[in-house]
Write a protein that binds this ligand. Structure first.
Ligand code: ATP
Ligand code: ZN
Length: 473
C-alpha cells in the first residue's frame, strides 16, 4: 500500500485516488526568464520519479506542470534584453525543454501557460469578488482578503504563522490586512516598461502570481486534484494562497495531498535565480553524464534538503559506476527475477521502500544489494542466476528512470568526460600562471606558457582590461 507524506496533515497517509486507478497531479513549474538551474532539476526529477513510479503501479496519471510566462522578473529581464516578454519566454521555454529532456525527465501531459488562461483567471477573480473574498485596493489592484477565510495559512501551520515579508508591511493603505495578496495588478498609467496587459472589468492589468495555479487547476482538472507538488519554498505564501483562492471560490476541498521537495542548496542557501547563486543544468552537463545528475538528485529523500557540490556529484558518479560495472557482460533481457526467490525478495523490498513515501535512498540500497549479489554470482560462474539478477537490477532501476544505458557506453562516456575535465582544469591553471607572469613582467615565462597552450590547440586573446579569453583552434 502506497503511503505519501502530506504537508497539510504532517503525516504519512495511505494514498487513495479520487477516481480509482486515475491520478490528477499538478506541480508548480518555472518562471521562464533564465536558463533552468539544478534546483529546478531537483524538484522536477523528484516528481518525475514519483510519476514514473505511480505509472508503474498501474495508475493512469495525468500530470500538469505550469509555465509562468508573465511576472515582474520576466518584464524586467525582457526590458533589459530589449526584447518582448513573449520573445524571452518562448526562447526560455525551448531551452527548458532541451535541458529537462537531456535529464530524461518525462514531459508533463500538459504545460499550461498563464498568458493563455487570462479569461479563466479573470472569471475566477470575479467569482472571488462576488463571494466577498476579494476587494479593490485604493491603487486599483484587486486583493484577496485573508480575513474572509476561517483557516487561512492551514498548510504552513497557523500555530506558527509565517513571517510577513518586510516590504509587504511597508506598503501603506493598500491592504486591509498585511497578509492580503494581489489577484490582479492594475497597469500603471505611464506603463514605463511597456509591460503586457489585458483588459478586465477592473481596467488594464495582469494577474498576480498565486491566482494562475488555482485558475489553471480549475480549468484543467475541476477544483479537486489528488496531488499538488512543488519545492518546499512554495509552501508559504504560494500554496497557502492557492488553497485560500480555490477553497473560497468553489467551496470544495482543493488538493488531497500536498507534496514538497526539499531544496537544493548552494553554500547553505537555496539555489535560485533571484539570489543569482545558481549553476545551470547546461553547465553541469558539460562535466557530468545526465544520469549521474539524476542519480545525485534522488540520492537524498525527496523531502530532505540536498547540498550541491562537486564532491557529492563525484560520489554519485562513483556509485552509479558501481551499478553499471555489475551490469557489465550480462544480458539482462530475460525475466527480471530469473524465476528464483531471491530476485522476488529484492523486488518486493524495493517496492516496499518506494511505497514508503518514495524512499529513494533506501530503494538505492536495495539496488546496491542486488549489484553485490550479482558480482558474487559472476565470480562464481553462475551465469544463468547472474543474468536473472542483472535483469532484476535493470528492471527496478528503470522504474525510477535509471540504468537505461548500455554499461559499456556509460563507462566509456564518463571516462571521456573525466579526461576532458582534467584537460580543462589544466588549461585554466596554465592561463592563470601566464596572467601572474605577465603581471610580474616575466615575459619569457608568459611566452613559453602561450607556446605550450598553442601546442594544446588553444588560442588566447588578451583583452584590453587584462582579462584573457581562450578558445580551441
Ligand atoms: N533550489 C531549489 N531546489 C529545489 N526546487 C527548487 C529550487 N529552486 C526552485 N525550485 C522549484 O522549481 C520550480 C520553479 O521555480 P522558480 O521558477 O520559481 O525558480 P527560482 O529559481 O526560485 O526562481 P526565482 O528565484 O526567480 O523565484 C518550483 O516548483 C520551485 O519550488
Ligand atoms: Zn503554482
Amino acid at each position: 500500500m502506497l503511503k505519501i507524506f502530506n504537508t497539510l496533515t504532517k503525516k504519512k497517509e495511505k494514498f487513495i485516488p479520487i477516481n480509482a486507478g486515475k491520478i490528477k497531479i499538478y506541480v508548480c513549474g518555472v518562471t521562464v526568464y533564465d536558463l533552468c538551474h539544478l534546483g529546478h532539476a531537483r524538484t522536477f526529477i523528484v516528481f518525475d520519479s514519483v510519476i514514473r513510479y505511480l505509472r508503474h503501479c498501474g495508475y493512469q496519471v495525468s500530470y500538469v506542470r505550469n509555465i509562468t510566462d508573465i511576472d515582474d522578473k520576466i518584464i524586467k529581464r525582457a526590458y533589459e534584453n530589449n526584447e518582448t516578454t513573449q520573445q524571452l519566454t518562448n526562447r526560455m521555454i525551448q531551452e527548458m525543454h532541451l535541458d529537462l529532456d537531456a535529464l530524461n525527465i518525462l514531459r508533463p501531459n500538459y504545460e499550461p501557460k498563464v498568458t493563455e488562461h487570462i479569461d479563466i483567471i479573470i472569471k475566477f477573480i470575479c467569482l472571488l469578488i462576488s463571494k466577498k473574498h476579494a476587494y479593490t485596493a485604493p491603487n486599483g489592484d484587486i486583493m484577496f482578503s485573508v480575513e474572509t477565510m476561517h483557516n487561512y495559512g492551514v498548510l504552513s501551520n497557523k500555530e506558527n504563522p509565517p513571517k510577513i515579508h518586510d516590504n509587504i508591511l511597508k506598503i501603506p493603505n493598500i491592504k486591509k490586512n498585511p497578509m492580503d495578496f494581489v489577484l490582479w495588478k492594475k497597469t500603471t498609467y505611464n506603463n514605463k516598461l511597456g509591460e503586457p496587459c489585458w483588459s478586465s472589468p477592473w481596467g488594464l492589468g495582469r494577474p498576480g502570481w498565486h491566482i494562475e495555479c488555482s485558475a489553471m487547476n480549475y480549468s484543467i482538472f475541476g477544483n479537486q486534484i489528488d496531488i499538488h507538488g512543488g519545492g518546499s519554498d512554495l509552501i508559504f505564501p504560494h500554496h497557502d494562497n492557492e488553497i485560500a483562492q480555490s477553497v473560497c471560490a468553489h467551496e470544495t476541498s482543493y488538493a488531497n495531498i500536498w507534496m514538497h521537495s526539499g531544496l537544493l542548496l548552494l553554500n547553505y542557501e537555496k539555489m535560485s535565480k533571484s539570489l543569482n547563486n545558481f549553476f545551470t543544468i547546461r553547465d553541469i552537463l558539460k562535466h557530468y553524464d545526465p544520469e549521474t545528475i539524476r542519480f545525485f538528485l534522488m540520492s537524498a529523500h525527496y523531502r530532505s534538503q540536498l547540498k550541491y557540490n562537486d564532491n557529492n556529484l563525484k560520489n554519485a558518479q562513483t556509485s552509479l559506476k558501481r551499478l553499471y560495472i555489475a551490469l557489465r557482460d550480462t544480458n539482462p533481457t530475460i525475466q527480471p527475477n530469473g524465476g528464483d526467490n531471491e530476485g522476488e525478495y529484492f523486488i518486493s523490498k524495493f517496492i516496499s521502500k518506494m511505497n514508503d513515501d518514495f524512499n529513494t535512498p533506501e530503494a538505492y540500497s536495495v539496488l546496491f544489494d542486488i549489484a553485490h549479489r550479482l558480482n558474487n554470482l559472476k565470480i562464481k560462474g553462475h551465469s544463468l542466476l547472474a543474468q536473472g539478477m542483472a535483469a532484476t537490477l535493470k528492471y527496478l532501476a528503470n522504474i525510477i528512470g535509471l540504468l537505461h544505458q548500455n554499461p559499456e557506453i556509460f563507462l566509456k562516456k564518463i571516462t571521456l568526460k573525466h579526461n576532458k575535465n582534467r584537460h580543462f582544469e589544466k588549461i585554466q591553471k596554465l592561463i592563470q600562471c601566464r596572467e601572474v607572469a605577465r603581471k610580474n613582467n616575466q615575459w619569457e615565462l608568459a611566452d613559453s606558457i602561450r607556446k605550450k597552450l598553442t601546442v594544446m590547440g588553444i588560442t588566447l586573446e588578451d583583452g584590453p582590461t587584462g582579462i584573457t579569453k581562450w578558445h580551441f583552434k
